[in-house]
Design a protein around this ligand. Structure first.
Ligand code: FAD
Length: 381
């Protein structure tokens, strides 16, 4: 379906990122998948190209344009190029972490952190999940005890994206026992004594993405590193999670579209019973259904991006987008892999990697079940 969502400048930005990624990421991607991590220099190269901080004000070295269509356009290229693991590190940095640094920082904090976030010398992560608390965010146990001009941070986090590479980690910790109003967000910096990184976790997919355990033992975090007000952490997370969920939904749909495009080419080439796989009625129906579902979902997502830009995207809208598009992604990967036959199970075919990479999007950023509880609440249940 014809799409009028992007202007010339978004398309030019997407082209520029594609050119950059074809040179700086694609040729090395397989090696990074084997290594389990993307080198941090890639963030600096992306920063130099202007791909990380489009929303960062110009005075701090960014593009000064708060328009999420740029993030969306970049994410679509990540999917089309099949560099999902590396792309996730970049989109987590720009789509998910940056908003906290833009909305909840003082001028002094902005001056300290935003230039490095925009130029890729400061890689970011957000650490909410703990071994004992994932979906139940308010159940976290990490503590930050105020002691004069600093907080003493203790606790552990797990499954943290960019966990090995990160220089600035937004850590959710308890500053009081109040379940919701007792959570604060502290920025923990690389090298602070007592801040240790555990294993780079071995995952089913997204191999070029570092996902780590983090531990904090009497880490002295200056009060100057708190984001927003003490005790406002849960409120800030709740305010920023819709953007995180929309980012995951966009990536999910873009991945599904990329898999569809690859499969369409494959079924045209592959022969069985003296004809192309694409000529079988089943193949036509499967791909026709997918083509329809992709366009329908795209229209909803583009609308969500517009609402995010105008400050009107609700938590329920984002939850609908996330669960619907990531479930769709899962179905599409499964059906496209099936159309590849045995080759689809071989990791040298992109569909095999996309299939494995896709499984987590229904889990992180809030599971499908949690998304449905958010939607249910919005309809009074
Ligand atoms: C690769 C990867 C990267 C990640 N990156 C980050 C990151 O950067 N930062 C971060 O903080 N976290 C990150 N996470 C953590 C992720 O957000 C959590 O895994 C997710 O929120 C689910 O939490 P859990 O794993 O503890 O599962 P649990 O909460 O234990 O859930 C287990 C099952 O129970 C279901 N369930 C739980 N509660 C309910 C309920 N009320 N109603 C119905 N069903 C329910 C869930 O839907 C799920 O199916 C990442 C995870 C992965 C796998």
């Amino acid at each position: 379906m014809k799409r009028t969502h992007f202007d010339e400048e978004h398309l030019a930005f997407a082209d520029a990122f594609r050119t950059f990624a074809e040179k700086a990421i694609v040729p090395h991607f397989a090696e990074w998948e084997r290594a389990g991590i993307t080198p941090r220099e890639v963030f600096e190269e992306a920063g130099r190209g202007g791909f990380l901080g489009t929303a960062v004000p110009e005075q701090y070295g960014g593009g000064g344009v708060a328009d999420f269509r740029f993030n969306q356009a970049l994410g679509e290229q990540v999917a089309a190029l099949g560099i999902t693991g590396t792309g996730l590190g970049i989109t987590l940095h720009s789509d998910i972490c940056l908003p906290y640094f833009l909305s909840y920082t003082t001028d002094d904090q902005k001056a300290r952190w935003l230039p490095g976030i925009a130029d890729g010398t400061l890689i970011t992560a957000v650490a909410m999940t703990e071994p004992g608390a994932g979906s139940d965010l308010a159940g976290i146990r990490s503590t930050a005890r105020k002691n004069g001009g600093e907080y003493l941070l203790n606790g552990s986090k797990t499954f943290i994206t960019n966990g090995i590479n990160a220089d600035l980690v937004i850590v959710a910790a308890r500053t009081s026992d109040d379940r919701h109003r007792g959570i604060s967000l502290l920025v923990v910096e690389r090298g602070m004594p007592g801040f240790e990184r555990g294993r780079n976790l071995d995952k089913l997919g997204l191999h070029s993405q570092d996902t780590a355990e983090l531990s904090f033992s009497e880490v002295r975090v200056p009060v100057a590193n708190i984001l927003g007000e003490e005790g406002a952490g849960f409120q800030m997370l709740t305010a920023k999670l819709p953007q995180e969920r929309l980012s995951i939904a966009l990536a999910g749909l873009a991945e599904a579209r990329a898999a569809f495009d690859e499969t369409l080419r494959y079924v045209g080439d592959r022969k069985a019973f003296g004809t192309s796989i694409g000529s079988f009625q089943n193949t036509k129906f499967v791909l026709a259904e997918i083509a329809t579902e992709l366009d329908v979902a795209q229209a909803f997502l583009d609308k969500c991006v517009d609402l995010l830009n105008s400050g009107e995207l609700t938590a329920a809208d984002a939850a609908k987008a996330k669960w619907w598009c990531t479930e769709l992604q899962g179905r599409v990967m499964d059906r496209c892999l099936q159309l590849h036959g045995g080759y689809g199970y071989m990791t040298e075919y992109p569909i095999a990697r996309r299939y494995a990479d896709a499984r987590v999007t229904r889990i992180y950023g809030g599971t499908t079940e949690i998304m449905k509880t958010v939607v249910a609440k919005s309809i009074g249940l």
